[in-house]
Design a protein around this ligand. Structure first.
Ligand code: SF4
Length: 959
């Protein structure tokens, strides 16, 4: 029967459109977006027409269908009444309405991983043999200096007081007879082994201490000197201080061979992309830089990386606190100080091992034929060229070295990749995602494109003339073209290339090797599904190979910074890709049997919509389409059937989200998003959480009432300040020194410039994110003046988030872009909410304006009129019921205190575990300023609110 539907051009399955399940706030009026009219249906029972049923009372009036002769009939049952349905819905509450969720004081997030870490657990069931290449010795070092007040350590001013070191002695081929970690201290007070759990050596001066460090380096002879951040701390601080203050070049003393190296001042690229410090014979590992490449998180502090990768919270203490501990002479504080630094070394080592940073770098350097440091230090062109040079040499070719002038003079790129404008909509039926695997490299191989096989341009070809392509000119010998007439491929942009039977392209050879290696790695991955760690490792490897294969096009097309670019070859590759994509689209759409429509395409991928098809049909058709398109293209061009989105939303170019199924028998779909706020890091976390959760609700239920309830509940929480401030932090990368107009400097840069003016050592690292939040200010105060660093915001207990700004300017726009496609105006949802929940401006709070003549009772929150001479903070009723009011106030204070105690307890446990100190006082826990921990914000908020509540009730509690 389903088949006959399709024969008559009817949908086999008519999936329901998004709808409202409640009349509450529903409007029959249509909505218009982008010239389209939307009429969302409401399926509320209240909207149903009365239903006529046969009862004993009215059975005579019931007509009998058919010929009017009924041999047997019975009463129909009553349909459920509205009240019945209501009662049922109360007895079976929707999970979103449970009390605990309603009261949770933060934005509800959607992911199954409710703790919010970005990297899954690293538990590995397979024990692997030690890697033969993992014989590199890493020496980690951190140092402590006493700072001046709130200032950051300055190598010109602040003496190094302690050094903490560790190396992986398990990795060492022989037993060195020393412990793997230790502490050096300038003996300003009695710090001895009885205070701490690590070997301690004391010295009379900083210089003596550093001499011992040099001896240690010479003895251990590490291959890698590492630190978490080695520019302003660790090795960078040490080198800078000794160069400037003690006039000693430690770089030479620490090296294996005494040679003069460039320092970071002369090596800007190295400074911003690797460590910038060069020690002959040893590598410098600036740990956060490779981690930054690996992980996609907002902040790359050690605490945040450990949380996301190892799922452990570790405290962070400011230099000021550490200095106080050092100077306190208290054994407990000194123990905390040492444990803190040593735990940092421990976590650094753990990250190096778990993320396999050294092994992977070694392997990449072997594969690419470049040295270890260049893996971090050099760009992709260097890596492609190193592979190319090796193959070109075997073929007796040499690579040309054009001058910058020649590179600039060549023709500009003329062809751009094919990116279709998607049909922006909510797609309720299955949508196939088909991807040409490594399209550009495959086309280079398929058409034998290369510098070595390029014959020239066909259009206007004149054998007598010299032709110029890219940066080189040449004249083909007379008759050569005729000779190879049958062995020439002409690309869509009119370039002639020799076929592989005459000369095999060097680029093609290189890419074939890379793609073969990638297939091998992928095959290995298939057998590692049970070992998520190893699977991830191999996945990274295949991605690295894919990257190298894909940047080969970039090597030819880098007409600005490239070393050997050729715009003609780059255009040939892109035009061939465009043609491949075009022919695939027309092939898919002309096949009526498939009933498919290509709704989006981007460079090498196609999104094919199958209206009215089931998921099983979609997988069948997906395989059929990919096999057919692969068969009509030259090898190795292959259209791969990636997944099925069901359902999904396409918003605009490179922006979409959907529930994806990769296998036919996959029951739980995966939430996939590209280009939208859930995967972008330039917004606030609340945006990511709300957009993802709303989309999930839409995909799972299609019930817009549920989405509306969720969205409005979050808005209410924000308006009532029942949220965690961490969810409202903007984190933006800044580039100091590149802003010309002082009025258009972004908020993050303004905050940083202000800080740097106070303390030049507080300048963030290159491409480090700076965080800020928007506070409620005075009336007409500019937005940029209300943006402030989280620490400044928290320090002022009177400040509140600008709820209205966050809701209308940050949260509604991304939701609006998505839900407009379903015919919904999210602004209208917000308009239905009471506005008096939003706290007033600061000037109103401070009673600066005489206009305010009403206020709220501090006990029951009802509005009280301030009449002349009446300044009481209680309403009449609360004033009259004195005992009741005081009891209520006391219970409020108790509730706030217990909330505060709960957060403090978490911090106390965390500190105890991390500093291995059972007697650590509460003040140590409260000194933690880990801005990447949600408990930190909760703790400060709970303390501030308790203090505020107690201050507000103070005069009444003493009654
Ligand atoms: S804020 Fe508390 S829980 Fe978070 S890291 Fe610091 S001590 Fe641990």
């Amino acid at each position: 029967m389903g088949k006959s539907f399709e024969d008559h051009s009817l949908l086999k399955i008519d999936y329901p459109d998004p709808y409202y399940s409640s009349r509450n706030g529903y409007s029959d009026a249509p909505e218009y977006f982008a010239g389209r009219k939307f009429q969302v249906k409401c399926l509320d029972l209240q909207g149903l027409k009365p239903y006529e049923v046969a009862t004993k009372a009215n059975s005579n009036s019931v007509s009998i269908a058919g010929d009017g002769v009924a041999s047997i009939w019975s009463y129909r049952e009553h349909p459920p009444l509205y009240e019945d349905v209501l009662r049922w819905s109360v007895e079976h509450p929707d999970p979103i309405k449970t009390r605990s969720q309603l009261l949770r004081s933060q934005i509800d997030q959607a992911t199954q991983n409710m703790k919010g870490y970005k990297v899954p657990s690293f538990q590995s069931p397979i024990v692997r043999k030690a890697n033969n290449f993992n014989k590199l010795i890493v020496l980690n070092m951190e140092l402590h200096v006493n700072t001046r007040g709130d200032l950051f350590p300055d190598p010109l001013e602040d003496e190094i007081r302690m050094l903490f070191w560790s190396f992986d002695d398990q990795n060492y081929p022989i037993d060195l007879g020393i412990e793997g970690s230790g502490v050096f201290v300038v003996n300003s007070h009695e710090i001895t082994r009885k205070h701490i759990n690590f070997p301690v050596q004391t010295f009379r001066s900083e210089v003596d201490m550093v001499r011992e460090l040099i001896s240690l380096v010479e003895f251990v002879d590490p291959d890698i000197l590492s630190g978490y951040e080695i520019h302003s701390a660790s090795w960078g601080y040490l080198l800078e201080r000794f160069r400037k203050v003690h006039k000693m070049d430690l770089g030479v003393r620490l090296s294996r061979v005494a040679t003069k190296q460039l320092n970071k001042v002369n090596d800007r690229w190295g400074f911003t992309h690797a460590s910038g410090i060069k020690i002959t014979g040893r590598h410098m590992l600036n740990l956060w830089r490779p981690l930054r490449k690996e992980l996609s998180i907002n902040r790359y502090s050690l605490e945040n990386v450990v949380w996301h990768t190892l799922h452990i919270k570790i405290p962070h203490y400011e230099h000021k606190t550490l200095t106080q501990w050092f100077l306190s002479n208290s054994p407990g504080n000194l123990n905390n100080l040492v444990e803190y630094y040593m735990s940092r070394l421990h976590w650094q080592m753990k990250l190096i091992n778990k993320m396999e940073i050294i092994e992977r770098t070694v392997e990449e350097s072997r594969f690419l034929g470049i040295d270890y440091y260049s893996v971090f230090y050099r760009g992709s062109q260097f890596k492609v060229e190193s592979l190319l040079v090796r193959l070109a040499k075997a073929e007796n070719f040499i690579l040309i070295s054009p001058s910058k002038k020649q590179v600039f003079k060549q023709d500009p790129l003329q062809v751009i990749p094919l990116i279709l404008e998607p049909e922006s909509s909510f797609y309720k039926s299955p949508l196939l995602v088909l991807d040409f695997q490594s399209l550009y490299p495959s086309l280079v191989i398929a058409h034998n494109l290369c510098y070595s096989t390029l014959l020239g341009r066909l259009h206007g070809y004149d054998p007598k003339k010299t032709q110029t392509l890219g940066i080189t000119s040449w004249k083909l010998p007379p008759g050569l073209l005729k000779l190879f007439e049958k062995h020439i491929t002409v690309t869509p942009n009119g370039l002639m290339f020799l076929k592989p039977n005459v000369r095999k392209s060097v680029l093609a050879k290189m890419l074939s090797e890379i793609l073969d290696a990638r297939i091998l790695v992928k095959d290995t991955m298939n057998g590692l599904k049970d070992d998520s760690e190893l699977y991830k490792l191999y996945n990274n490897r295949q991605l690295a190979l894919k990257l190298i294969a894909n940047v080969t096009y970039g090597y030819a097309s880098a007409t600005y910074s490239g070393r050997m670019p050729n715009s003609a070859i780059a255009d040939a590759i892109v035009s061939a890709a465009r043609e491949t994509l075009h022919s695939a689209i027309s092939e898919i759409e002309k096949n009526e049997k498939w009933g498919a429509k290509v709704v989006y395409g981007d460079t090498d991928s196609l999104f094919v919509y199958l209206p009215g098809k089931s998921k099983a049909d979609a997988f069948k058709l997906g395989r059929e389409i990919s096999n057919h398109i692969t068969s009509i293209n030259p090898s190795p061009v292959r259209l791969k059937f990636e997944k099925v989105y069901f359902p999904c939303v396409l918003i605009s170019k490179k922006r979409y989200a959907g529930y994806s199924y990769e296998h036919e028998d996959q029951e739980t779909p995966k939430f996939d998003a590209k280009g939208i706020e859930t995967v972008r890091r330039d917004g606030v976390p609340a945006q990511q959480k709300m957009v993802e959760k709303s989309l999930r609700l839409l995909f799972e239920t299609k019930d817009l009432t549920k989405v509306k309830q969720y969205v409005n509940l979050q808005f209410l929480k924000i308006m009532q300040n029942k949220v965690n401030l961490q969810d409202f932090l903007f984190g933006k990368e800044i580039r100091l020194g590149s802003y010309k107009n002082p009025t258009s400097i972004p908020p993050g840069a303004r905050i940083t410039m202000k800080k740097v003016a106070e303390d030049h050592r507080s300048e963030p690292q290159y491409r480090e994110r700076v965080f800020y939040m928007v506070a409620k200010g005075y009336k007409d105060q500019l937005l940029r003046d209300r943006c402030m660093a989280p620490r400044d915001f928290l320090a002022n207990g009177n400040l509140e988030l600008d709820a209205f700004y966050y809701i209308t300017k940050v949260l509604i726009p991304p939701l609006q872009r998505i839900f407009n496609l379903c015919g919904v105006d999210v602004n209208k949802w917000f308009d239905e909410l009471p506005r008096n929940l939003i706290a007033p401006n600061l000037d109103q709070l401070n009673f600066k304006t005489p206009l305010i003549n009403s206020a709220k009772c501090i006990n029951c929150n009802t509005v009280i009129q301030r009449t002349l001479g009446r300044t009481g903070k209680l309403c009449h009723e609360c004033s009259a019921n004195e005992l009741q009011t005081i009891a209520h106030m006391r219970s409020c204070v108790r509730a706030k205190e217990s909330q505060m105690d709960a957060t403090m307890l978490i911090c106390k446990r965390c500190t105890k575990r991390s500093l291995r100190n059972n007697n650590s006082p509460l003040s140590t826990a409260l000194a933690c300023t880990n801005e990447d921990c949600s408990v930190f914000y909760d703790r400060i908020k709970a303390i501030t609110q308790t203090e505020k509540t107690m201050a507000a009730y103070a005069e009444y509690l003493s009654w």
